[in-house]
Design a binder for this molecule. Structure first.
Ligand SMILES: Cc1cc2nc3c(=O)[nH]c(=O)nc-3n(C[C@H](O)[C@H](O)[C@H](O)COP(=O)(O)O)c2cc1C
Length: 428
C-alpha cells in the first residue's frame, strides 16, 4: 500500500525519508485522519465494509465485518492490536510498511481505533524486527508532537495512545489470541474461540486484531472513497495488494498490484522470470502454510477465492518460486521442521504430529523411507487438521500433504532409489 496505485503493477520504490512525518505529509499523509474524525463510527465501519477490504494477515476475513462485532456500551475499554508479527516463512510485506511507511500504518491505526471506539492501540511487532520497531517508535513520537496521538486529537475531544510491543521471536504470537496472551505478559499460547477477541480479548475487553497491511489500507479508503477501493481487483477480492516475491526469480521484492493479478504475470513480468530461463517447478503461493502449486498450475488469479478453489490458499500473497533444481521432499521437510519447531506444544495433534511429519519427511529425503510412509504421512496430516486450538496445526499439515500429493512420484523416486535424486540428504 505504499503507493496505493492499484491500477498497474508497481515495484514499491520509496522516496528518501519516506519514514519521516515531513515526507509523509508532503505526499498527502494525515489528510485522512481529520476527515475520519468528522465521521461517525458507524459511517467509518460502513465505509470499510463497502470497500470489501479483506484481512491481509492470511484468513481474508472482511475487516469492516470484524469491526462491527465489537459490542457497544460495555463500559470496558476497547483495544486495537495491529499484527506486525510476520513470522510466516516467505512473508516480508508488513516489514516494508513498518520500515518505510510507518506513518501510513499509524494513521490507519488511529482511524481504525476511532471507528471501533478505542483509545488504545498496540502494534505487536516480531522481536527480530528491531530496526522496524525503532522506526515505528520514532514515527509515533513525531505523530505525537504533531498532535495526532495523545489527548484531544486535533481538537476532537478524542484521546488515543499508540505503542509498539515487541515480541520475542515466536511464530505462534502472530496468531491473534497468542498475540493477546503475549501482550498480557503470558506465554503466547492461543485461546479457545469462542469467545472471539472482538468480545473477550486483551485484558478481557473487546479487541480487534488486524494485520499491518489491512490497517495501512484504511487511510486510502477514507480519502479516495470505498468505491475506489472496491473498483480494484475482483468482486469479492478488492483493492490493491502487496505481493512479496521470493525464491527463484530474477527480481525478488515487494510489488503492488490489484488483487486477482495472475501469478504467472507476477513471476514473469515483475519477478523477471526464473534465473537462467529454467522452468517453474513449484510455487508456494502465500507463505509456508499454503499448499504448493505445481508449475503447470500458475495461471491463476492471486486472490483468496481462486487459490482456495485450486486447493491451496492465498495466505499473505507472498509467492515462493522454486525451479526444477529444488527437491520437493526437502522443501516439504524444511517446511515441516519450521512448524514442528514453532508449535507451542499446547495441543497434542500439533505438538506430536508436526514432529512426526518432520521425521517421516527426513526419512524419505535420506533414502530410508518406505512406500507406506507416504500414507502414514497423509494420515498424520488428517489427524492434525481441525483438531487443534489454533490453525498452526493446520499450517503444519497442509503443506506436508500438498507436497506429498502433488509430487508423489518424486517421493516414490526417493524411496525406490533409496537416495535423494537431487543430491540432498544432509541437514546443511
Ligand atoms: C500460527 C499463526 C500465525 C499467524 N501469524 C500472523 C502474522 O504474523 N501476522 C498476521 O497479520 N496474522 C497472522 N495470523 C493470523 C491472525 O491470527 C489473524 O487472523 C490476523 O492477524 C487478523 O488480521 P486480518 O483480519 O487483518 O488479516 C497467524 C495465524 C496463525 C494461526
Amino acid at each position: 500500500m505504499a503507493g496505493a496505485n492499484g491500477n498497474v503493477l508497481t515495484k514499491i520504490v520509496h522516496l528518501p525519508g519516506s519514514e519521516t512525518i515531513d515526507v509523509y505529509r508532503a505526499n498527502g499523509g494525515y489528510v485522512a485522519l481529520p476527515e475520519a474524525l468528522k465521521k461517525s463510527s458507524d459511517d467509518l465501519i460502513d465505509m470499510v465494509k463497502r470497500s470489501g477490504l479483506r484481512g491481509r494477515g492470511g484468513a481474508g476475513f472482511p475487516a469492516g465485518t470484524k469491526w462491527g462485532f465489537v459490542p457497544k456500551g460495555t463500559n470496558k475499554p476497547v483495544y486495537l492490536c495491529v499484527n506486525a508479527d510476520e513470522s510466516e516463512p516467505g512473508a516480508f510485506k508488513d516489514r516494508l510498511i513498518c520500515a518505510k511507511d510507518p506513518h501510513q500504518l499509524i494513521e490507519g491505526t488511529l482511524i481504525s481505533c476511532f471507528a471501533i471506539g478505542s483509545s488504545r492501540a498496540y502494534i505487536y511487532i516480531r522481536g527480530e524486527f528491531a530496526a522496524e520497531a525503532r522506526i515505528l517508535n520514532a514515527a509515533i513520537e513525531e505523530a505525537r508532537r504533531a498532535g495526532f496521538i495523545g489527548k484531544n486529537i486535533l481538537g476532537s475531544g478524542w484521546d488515543c495512545e499508540v505503542s509498539v510491543y515487541r515480541g520475542a521471536g515466536a511464530y505462534i504470537c502472530g496468531e491473534e489470541t497468542g498475540l493477546i496472551e503475549s501482550i498480557e505478559g503470558k506465554r503466547g499460547q492461543p485461546r479457545l474461540k469462542p469467545p472471539f477477541p472482538a468480545v473477550v480479548g486483551l485484558f478481557g475487553c473487546p479487541t480487534v486484531v488486524n494485520n499491518v497491511e489491512t490497517i495501512a489500507c484504511v487511510p486510502h479508503i477514507v480519502t479516495r472513497g470505498w468505491e475506489w477501493f472496491a473498483g480494484i481487483g475482483t468482486e469479492r477480492n478488492t483493492g490493491p495488494k502487496l505481493f512479496g516475491l521470493s525464491g527463484h526469480v530474477n527480481k525478488p521484492g515487494v510489488y503492488e498490484a490489484p488483487m486477482g493479478t495472475n501469478l504467472r504475470t507476477l513471476i514473469e513480468e515483475f519477478g523477471g522470470g526464473v534465473p537462467g530461463g529454467r522452468p517453474v517447478k513449484a510455487v508456494i503461493p502465500g507463505g509456508a502454510s499454503c499448499p504448493v502449486l505445481r508449475g503447470d498450475e500458475i495461471d491463476i488469479p492471486m486472490d483468496f477465492d481462486s487459490l482456495t478453489r485450486a486447493g491451496s490458499l492465498f495466505g499473505t500473497g507472498t509467492p515462493v518460486i522454486m525451479d526444477d533444481t529444488v527437491c520437493m521432499v526437502r522443501a516439504a521437510w524444511i517446511t515441516a521442521r519450521f512448524f514442528a519447531h514453532e508449535s507451542c506444544g499446547q495441543c497434542t495433534p500439533c505438538r506430536e504430529g508436526a514432529g512426526w511429519l518432520q521425521r517421516l519427511l527426513w526419512r524419505i529425503e535420506t533414502g530410508e523411507g518406505e512406500e507406506k510412509d507416504i500414507d502414514t504421512l497423509l494420515s498424520v496430516t488428517d489427524q492434525i487438521e481441525g483438531n487443534t486450538i489454533c490453525a498452526l496445526g493446520d499450517a503444519a499439515a497442509w503443506p506436508a500433504r500438498g507436497f506429498a500429493k502433488k509430487f508423489r512420484d518424486e517421493f516414490l523416486q526417493h524411496i525406490r532409489e533409496k537416495r535423494c535424486p537431487f543430491g540432498g540428504g544432509s541437514h546443511s
